[in-house]
Design a protein around this ligand. Structure first.
Ligand code: FES
Length: 111
């Protein structure tokens, strides 16, 4: 069973083909908008466990079709978080549950 948890932002704060990072009390996450669908992952590269971005909210490569780790350039599928290129090939970002409610994006808290 789950419930709505922390409100992250209004959906319009993350336009299509962009991403936004959130530093919460106990974890850092980011949310990606791909063609109106939202995906969320922990901000932690499976290669070395570091944050993915060097600049605020820069989680996507130039075409905005893949998630990129700024440290060594690993590329991840937006829909699954799977690494398809780079030193952590075959590993994956850790997905985070989010939900849309009244046009806001919430981190889902399980209990
Ligand atoms: S730390 Fe992300 S690719 Fe090396």
């Amino acid at each position: 069973m789950s419930r709505r948890g922390t409100r992250l932002c209004h959906r319009d704060a993350i336009p299509p083909a962009s991403a936004k990072g959130f530093d919460l009390d106990d974890q850092s996450i980011f949310v990606v908008n791909q063609a109106g669908e939202f995906y969320a992952y922990r901000n932690r590269c499976p290669h070395l466990g570091v944050r993915l971005e060097w600049l605020p909210d820069r989680f996507l490569e130039q075409q905005s079709e893949l998630i990129i780790c700024a440290t060594h350039g690993a590329l991840f599928l937006i829909e699954s978080g799977e690494c398809i290129s780079g030193p952590c090939h075959g590993q994956a970002l850790q997905a985070v549950d989010i939900a849309l409610y009244n046009d806001h994006i919430y981190l889902v808290t399980s209990h």
